[in-house]
Design a protein around this ligand. Structure first.
Ligand code: NIG
Ligand code: FE
Length: 428
């Protein structure tokens, strides 16, 4: 025992001289800690707090943060970034006044991406998805979700989810996979939606659950998607197989899908443009996260906004995500989604940052991500901003200066920084 010598605490990283937007509920805006220090051990945060009163650390590597702001790694909790082809031609049609539902009813929309996705090999899908995911990673996304839903048969849904599995293996990010078999009615089942839902429930969900290809199911509850009764059958089967529930609801009309999904214990209910304010208490009661997707609203020229005031008044947690997909949200920027959530829907910059960190993590059922506090996962960013509101305020101004994911430092490109090379550079 080193009696008389101050004991120090071992850690892998010590980041000093930073301001911290911890997003904890410490009573300060952004959960801020102004004269902050962060210590990382392994893949977890060991200390997040004031420099004054911090233990003495023996760190393998030290970084002086130069008064930069630290935030949690960003979480994009709703994407469809695995897909074949693109829908630029439909974008042109929509600009000429043909609407999204009309295109879908004519066999385009989601089904045109289904054709392109079925035609693509797993390798092709992986390389295009990888490029899109890298755009997210460059902005500081450390966790994102991917949905299937452009395969709509066993082989192609499995193919999409395998691509998701590969993204998880190959990228320095946490990648959650969601099965969205009930996304649209494939051509083979024309006029027999119930038979397709039978197929989703009897064949797809058991296989996907058994092979561990997804941790959640999602549905598109809409006139051009599936009825609440059909979605309910998917929820029942998902629960029976231990899968979490998410749902695209009230995007284009009010079918009461959010209330239904919340009653089934959904992690999140997503879109919500047509959610009736009187249904908001049901979301609160069941603890569903409201996922706000302003890009789809923007691209579809929607005019009906989600009931943000009611959600806020009832204390429903709001997440913000890109919805990155080829139809309604060809947009690979979580920071732009945060900006849109503020400008289009009136979220505050703080709500939008919480939405793309803490609440996004909760929408994925991840309880150790999205806030900076001891014991949480060491996913964090250092930004060259003078206030965290700048992240939602300015478009295409910001990229994190330093990124750690699971305690490992990486570049915006996704490349891992080798500790040896780094300590040389930082010691100059
Ligand atoms: O979240 N609404 C359903 N699904 C996607 C759109 C998918 C597509 O158009 O390809 C969405 O908006
Ligand atoms: Fe979506």
């Amino acid at each position: 025992l080193n009696r008389g010598i101050t004991m120090s605490v071992a850690c892998d990283w010590l980041i000093t001289d930073i301001r911290i937007a911890s997003l904890t509920d410490n009573g300060a805006p952004y959960g801020q800690i102004l004269d902050g220090v962060i210590a990382i051990r392994g893949d977890a945060l060991l200390y997040v707090g004031e420099a004054a009163g911090a233990p003495i650390f023996a760190a393998r590597q030290v970084l002086n943060g130069g008064q930069r702001w630290a935030t949690p790694g960003l979480v994009d909790c709703h994407t469809h970034l695995i897909f074949g082809g693109n829908r630029a031609a439909e974008f042109e049609q929509r600009l000429q006044g043909i609407d999204y539902q009309q295109i879908a009813r004519q066999g385009g929309g989601i089904n045109s991406t289904v054709n392109a996705t079925r035609a693509a090999s797993e390798t092709e899908l992986l390389s295009s998805a990888m490029a899109r995911a890298q755009r997210l990673l460059a902005e500081g996304v450390t966790t994102f979700e991917v949905k299937s839903g452009y395969g709509l048969d066993v082989a192609n849904e499995v193919k999409m989810l395998r691509v998701g599995e590969q993204l998880a293996h190959q990228l320095p990010a946490t990648v959650c996979r969601t099965f969205l078999g009930a996304h649209a009615l494939p051509a083979e089942f024309k006029d027999s939606a119930d038979a397709y839902i039978d197929h989703v429930c009897a064949e797809m969900i058991p296989l996907i659950a058994e092979q561990g290809l997804a941790t959640a199911v999602d549905v598109f509850c809409e006139s051009i998607g599936f009825t609440p009764a059909q979605c309910e059958r998917v929820f029942v089967q998902a629960k029976a197989h231990g899968l979490a529930i998410k749902a695209h609801v009230e995007q284009l009309s009010d079918l009461k899908g959010a209330v239904l999904a919340a009653k089934y214990g959904a992690l999140s209910v997503d879109h919500l443009e047509y959610l009736a304010p009187e249904d908001v208490p049901v979301l609160k009661e069941h603890g569903a996260i409201a996922v706000i997707l302003p890009a789809a609203y923007y691209f579809l020229h929607e005019t009906c906004k989600p009931p943000i005031d009611a959600l806020r008044a009832q204390g429903v947690k709001m997440a913000v995500a890109t919805d990155l997909n080829p139809g309604t949200a060809p947009m690979a920027s979580i920071l732009l989604a945060m900006n849109q959530a503020c400008v289009l829907f009136g979220l505050t910059p703080e709500e939008s940052l919480r939405g793309a960190t803490h609440h996004g993590a909760l929408a994925l059922g991840l309880k150790k991500k999205g806030v900076l506090a001891a014991g949480m996962d060491a996913d964090l960013l250092l930004w060259d901003v003078s206030h965290p509101a700048e992240l939602a305020y300015a478009i295409n101004f910001h990229q994190p200066r330093y990124i750690w994911q699971a305690g490992i430092q990486r570049l915006a490109s996704g490349a891992i920084i080798e500790p040896a090379a780094l300590s040389q550079k930082e010691s100059v």
